[in-house]
Design a protein around this ligand. Structure first.
Ligand SMILES: Nc1nc2c(ncn2[C@@H]2O[C@H](COP(=O)(O)OP(=O)(O)O)[C@@H](O)[C@H]2O)c(=O)[nH]1
Ligand SMILES: Nc1ncnc2c1ncn2[C@@H]1O[C@H](COP(=O)(O)OP(=O)(O)O)[C@@H](O)[C@H]1O
Length: 185
């Protein structure tokens, strides 16, 4: 039987994690693990598709492999979510902040394939978020959060294992992603 892998898409807000997850679903039928958050849904986000949207009271009722606070909201991923996705495909994807990526690398070892996305010019991130349609106040809060500053660099816990992709040119990004998938199949 093929070995199970989880592609951990990490990096700062707006670097393209969700776009890469959609590409993996479309081109490789790789399911994405849906995580839980107390953040309010953005326009076009659907409960149970983009996230399980929780309240501060409902969030702690799930069983988390890891959970974090990011820009004053809580986020968490569960073992059940991973197993559910692995029952569909031996390669699955999850979008995590860098603290979550460090936990996955530590807990899952070689099963966790870490992909750190970045861009050459970080000023482009604000523009991408506004173009994405994010609320201007949310963008401002996000870009001044401690977690945003932290996620500008690859943390030591994943530095030696992370595939680093500069997502400036989408065609080059897909070529790099394709090469990673080819190495697993
Ligand atoms: N550790 C961890 N991070 C998560 C989880 N779900 C989402 N994230 C991360 O939380 C951060 C904020 O996510 P979001 O509010 O959707 O904004 P985004 O940065 O624009 O995708 C991003 O870095 C996500 O990758 C989770 O379950 N665990
Ligand atoms: N290579 C790229 N060039 C230009 N825009 C991009 C590129 N990759 C993604 N985007 C756009 O940038 C915005 C943020 O991407 P997204 O995947 O939502 O980021 P994240 O999930 O990391 O916050 C989206 O509007 C997306 O369409």
């Amino acid at each position: 039987m093929a070995k199970n892998y989880v592609l951990v898409l990490t990096g700062n807000t707006g670097t393209g994690k969700t776009t890469v997850a959609s590409y993996l679903a479309e081109h490789y039928h790789i399911p994405q693990v849906i995580t839980h958050t107390t953040r309010a849904p953005r326009t076009n986000e659907i409960d149970g598709v983009d996230y399980y949207f929780e309240t501060v009271a409902s969030f702690p009722k799930n069983h988390y492999l890891e959970h974090v606070t990011y820009a004053n909201n809580q986020y968490g991923s569960s073992w059940e979510g991973l197993e559910r996705a692995w029952s569909k495909h031996h390669i699955i994807a999850i979008v995590l902040d860098t603290a979550g990526a460090v936990t996955y690398a530590r807990e899952l070892g070689e099963q966790a394939i870490i992909i750190y996305l970045t861009v050459s010019n970080i000023d482009n991130l604000a523009m991408r978020l506004v173009d994405r349609g994010d609320d201007a106040r949310e963008v401002k809060a996000r870009l001044s959060s401690d977690e945003y500053v932290r996620d500008l660099a690859v943390p030591i816990g994943i530095k030696s294992v992370a595939h680093i992709i500069k997502n400036d040119d989408w065609n080059k990004t897909t070529q790099q992603v394709d090469a990673i998938i080819a190495s697993l199949e």
